[in-house]
Write a protein that binds this ligand. Structure first.
Ligand SMILES: *[C@@H]1O[C@H](CO)[C@@H](O)[C@H](O)[C@H]1NC(C)=O
Ligand SMILES: *[C@@H]1O[C@H](CO)[C@@H](O)[C@H](O)[C@H]1NC(C)=O
Ligand SMILES: *[C@@H]1O[C@H](CO)[C@@H](O)[C@H](O)[C@H]1NC(C)=O
Length: 501
């Protein structure tokens, strides 16, 4: 279980600060088992029915052998083979998603109020947010190699060692195949496959053909020191996509599942969640917010940082209130007390990483309070847009952490207008992180990656084609509600333009 836990928490950000949106271990395990049993299924390689069972090749995975680096409690709650194949008859894919692209003038009609284009003219190209520049940095190791075509089959095979699935997009960005190697906790794999299908729906015919390895567990795996070695003749690192990276890793960050919703903790798809947090934040004006720092979350996520944070729980001494969230209780109470939209009551909100990056960062920043970020070690795709003292306030880790929180609060209370502005800029960063921007990031990342491949993508024989119908078929009722709520529509505007190199 040890391996499992951190995985579940970390990614999730575990309960990171925010709110502890994250369940305690026990609840995570329970919900993970529930989620697995609902989802598992899929699977299926019709012709090799029995064989498939023993080899456990399921789109959702869970009856797979534990991987050496993070074993699953996969023997618990495993459904019978029959149950696992519940969806088999309906797994046949629906027709590939393809909706015609909207005519260009759609962007100029009256409904797109923000467009300032002259009637009939093309709207000026929109620059992507500055943090999109990280795409090229993330992919730099493969650009240097092989005359700029550094992603080879051999490297992809090497990345497989650490991947939970191989994703192949072909047919001019219209067909998606998944070769699943092992299960991901909760419904991450399901939601990540969904996110790619929605990208294809949003940008029909524009998603490049790609072949990539994805891991949906928490911590980065491709160690920079081990793969760089300072030797220009050495091969580039294995290209591996996941939800986060660090400066010491080569893993390629990709938007995490929570943007499409996190049913296990009742967190809605990002577009809805942001709207509701922002509305909740309006209810308490800055002047009425409690002038101390607040964190609510699950400290039991194998995170020494969060445990240390408990030691700062003293509003007089450290100006901080640290609350423990019990996810078992929360789930039993129907998540009524864990709503993110009711947690914008303090002027300062603390962000503390869990086992790895935490999905809570975006919810914390959305409040418009000044976010106190305890020196993050992990980066996700948008956290490269964080700018210290501009849209958040840095707090140091280590022995002086409580003092550092107190100093930040004291500074903010001495400079309330500036502190409020920092909070607003953080909220603005989140407002600009609309789903349109998330999809644009995915599109640019895959496009830049595809340009580095030195072979033509083709799904391996063991892969299954995934489509909206098959993903929905795997989902339980709650997951289905989240998936449907996060469905994309074809873009009415061109993707943003990457900043020049
Ligand atoms: C990377 O590998 C080196 C050498 O094996 C090791 O010293 C270092 O701690 C590793 N870094 C990370 C971030 O795991
Ligand atoms: C922090 O202190 C408050 C007030 O004393 C208390 O209610 C709360 O339970 C404490 N938090 C933790 C995690 O112990
Ligand atoms: C959470 O609440 C449940 C049920 O009330 C209890 O059994 C469990 O011990 C609590 N967990 C923690 C970490 O306090």
């Amino acid at each position: 279980m040890g391996g499992y836990v951190p995985a579940a928490e970390g990614g999730a950000g575990g309960g990171r600060g925010r709110g502890a949106r994250y369940p305690p271990l026990s609840a995570l395990v329970v919900s993970a088992i529930a989620a697995f049993s609902a989802v598992i299924v899929l699977a299926v390689i019709h012709s090799a029915y029995d064989d498939a069972l023993s080899r456990t090749r399921t789109l959702l995975g869970h009856n797979l052998e534990p991987t050496p680096w993070h074993p699953f409690p996969h023997d618990k709650g495993r459904p019978s083979a029959r149950t696992a194949l519940r969806c088999a008859p309906s797994v046949a894919c629906l027709p590939p998603l393809s909706r015609p692209r909207p005519p260009p003038q759609a962007t100029n009609d009256a409904s797109s109020s923000s467009s300032s284009a002259p009637p009939g003219g093309k709207p000026p190209p929109r620059q992507c947010p500055a943090y999109f520049a990280a795409i090229r940095r993330d992919l730099a190791p493969w650009r240097r190699a092989g005359g700029g075509k550094g992603v080879t089959r051999a490297l992809l095979d090497a990345a497989r060692q650490r991947a939970s699935m191989r994703v192949t997009i072909t047919g001019g960005g219209r067909r998606l195949h998944v070769d699943l190697y092992y299960a991901c906790v909760q419904s991450r794999a399901l939601f990540t496959v969904w996110s790619l299908l929605q990208l294809m729906r949003r940008h029909p015919g524009r998603v490049p053909d790609v072949d990539l390895m994805f891991d949906c567990m928490d911590r980065p795996a491709v160690n920079r020191t081990e793969h760089e070695a300072g030797d220009p003749a050495s091969p580039p690192p294995p290209p591996l996509f996941r939800y986060c990276t660090t400066r010491d890793h080569f893993d390629i960050p990709f938007p995490d599942w929570s943007f499409w919703g996190w049913p296990e903790t009742n967190i809605e798809p990002w577009s809805r969640e942001f709207k509701s947090i922002k509305a909740g934040a309006k209810a308490t004006k800055w002047a009425d917010r409690v002038p101390t720092a607040y964190w609510k979350g699950n400290p039991d996520v194998a995170s020494p940082l969060r445990l240390a944070l408990l030691g700062c729980n003293d509003t007089n001494l450290w100006r901080a209130e640290i609350m423990r969230q019990n996810w078992t209780d929360e789930a039993n109470a129907g998540y009524q007390h864990s709503k993110l939209s009711t947690q914008c009551t303090h002027r300062y909100k603390i962000y503390a990483e869990g086992f790895a990056w935490s999905v809570s960062l975006k919810y914390i920043l959305s409040c418009g309070s000044m976010a106190l970020l305890i020196e993050p070690q992990y980066e996700d795709f948008f956290s490269r847009g964080l700018d210290p003292r501009v849209n958040h306030w840095p707090v140091s880790r280590g022995p002086g952490m409580c003092d550092s929180i107190r100093d930040a609060v004291d500074w903010g209370n001495a400079n309330p207008a500036e502190a409020e502005r920092v909070g607003r800029r953080g909220q603005r960063l989140m407002q600009d992180l609309r789903m349109a921007a998330v999809y644009d990031y995915m599109l640019h990342l895959l496009t830049e990656y595809a340009a580095l491949m030195d072979f033509r993508p083709a799904p391996p024989p063991t892969a299954q084609e995934a489509c909206e119908g098959s993903v929905l078929c795997l989902a339980d009722d709650k997951q289905r509600r989240f998936l449907e709520a996060s469905a994309a529509e074809p873009a009415a505007e061109e993707p943003c333009v990457l900043p020049p190199e």
